[in-house]
Design a protein around this ligand. Structure first.
Ligand SMILES: NC(=O)c1ccc[n+]([C@@H]2O[C@H](COP(=O)([O-])OP(=O)(O)OC[C@H]3O[C@@H](n4cnc5c(N)ncnc54)[C@H](OP(=O)(O)O)[C@@H]3O)[C@@H](O)[C@H]2O)c1
Length: 329
């Protein structure tokens, strides 16, 4: 099969499309012909040699999410059969014509949705669902605050919040992205820094603060998220684009009895990832289907797999609204 290979640590120029051995599905695994995959920040870090693939995943083939069709099944597979259309988060190796996925980590693709659209779902929507609903406990009537609201995970989080009857306030540094986020279901938008987001979050909640604060950028934004929370609220740290260090007001954490949670999907034990995938398929996947779906994947641009270096450059520019997808043909 052809796959994108990280030939050595470095910039986008180290990515090469090469002929490599086909993967073989083992017990419980599906062999999937990948029609499309999508990019993540982790791919950029892995390409630079700063984020090795977890054990069991290809070391030099990037790609954390895919949409495609099952072409073969390993021993003992019961949930899927050849011909089924699936999507999944994987530990790596999605940037290839074929990939293996454990059947319990695979999710049925929304009916009629092209792979180049469905590829934008798994990582963004599963991360958002796991963070704000499963870990943050966001519920109907509550408020969610999100920084980098126009990112893949941000655009998923505001849609999930709306779908479960919660409201959201979110910030972006790029004014042009705000209108689009509002049209997706963001209730209150802030163009600016996260200190402005914290102020607005308290304002829209009548001074009370939000139930859940999702920080996709970390650094100083985490302390702003803490300032945005209501008593017993939860700040969830998902990314570190603004830095790995923050100064927190521990008086606020203590007196408001806050929860501060860090989370990562990729390095979790397989059983935990399977549990998230199963909950996602039950509760979130159906919301992409029907005549008026409550959720929709947000695709900024689609590149052919051959143009993977250009796609990495586009992601690094921070100009995308939602996801950058690779079409594998
Ligand atoms: N923990 C996990 O399991 C997990 C899973 C998926 C993603 N993540 C992390 O979650 C974060 C979001 O991922 P994503 O794929 O949704 O991102 P994305 O779609 O690539 O969007 C990132 C956006 O964040 C904003 N941004 C970049 N650097 C920033 C900074 N220093 N300060 C403030 N805003 C900044 C930019 O938008 P503006 O125009 O608004 O500046 C950029 O377009 C990343 O850190 C990623 O690594 C974690």
């Amino acid at each position: 099969m052809r796959a994108v290979v990280i030939t050595r640590p470095g910039g986008p120029e180290v990515l090469e499309l090469r002929e490599v051995a086909d993967p073989t599905p083992t017990k419980g695994e599906l062999l999937v012909r990948v029609a499309a995959s999508a990019l993540n920040r982790a791919d950029l870090l892995q390409r630079r040699g700063m984020y090795p693939a977890p054990p069991g995943s290809p070391k030099d083939i990037p790609g954390l999410e895919l949409a495609g069709t099952v072409v073969a099944c390993g021993e003992g597979v019961t949930r899927f059969a050849p011909g089924d259309e699936v999507m999944a988060v994987v530990g790596g190796g999605a940037c290839a014509e074929l990939a293996v996925v454990h059947e319990r980590e695979a999710i049925r693709r929304p009916l009629g949705m092209p792979a180049s659209v469905a590829a934008a779902i798994p990582e963004a929507f599963m991360t958002a669902f796991d963070a704000i609903v499963l870990q943050g406990g966001l519920a109907s009537g509550q408020w969610l605050a999100v920084d980098a609201v126009a990112s893949g995970v941000g655009t998923a989080a505001i849609q999930i919040a709306r779908a479960i009857g919660a409201r959201s306030v979110g910030s972006t540094r790029t004014e042009a992205k705000l209108e689009r986020a509002l049209s997706l279901g963001l209730d209150v938008g802030v163009h600016g820094v996260t200190a402005d987001l914290a102020k607005k979050a308290r304002e829209v909640t009548g001074g009370a603060g939000v139930a859940v604060g999702l920080s996709l950028v970390g650094g100083p934004a985490l302390s702003d998220m803490i300032a945005a929370l209501r008593p017993r609220g939860t700040a969830i740290l998902v990314g570190l684009m603004a830095g790995a260090k923050a100064e927190l007001n521990l008086v606020t954490v203590l007196q408001k009895r806050l929860h501060v949670v860090g989370t990562v999907l990729r390095s979790r034990p397989a059983e935990e990832k399977m549990a998230v995938a199963r909950a996602f398929e039950d509760r979130i996947q159906p919301l992409f289907e029907g005549e008026a779906p409550l959720l929709r994947p947000v695709v900024d641009q689609v590149f052919p797999m051959e143009a993977v270096a250009e796609a990495h450059i586009a992601l690094e520019k921070n100009s995308a609204f939602g996801k950058i997808v690779l079409f594998h043909g």
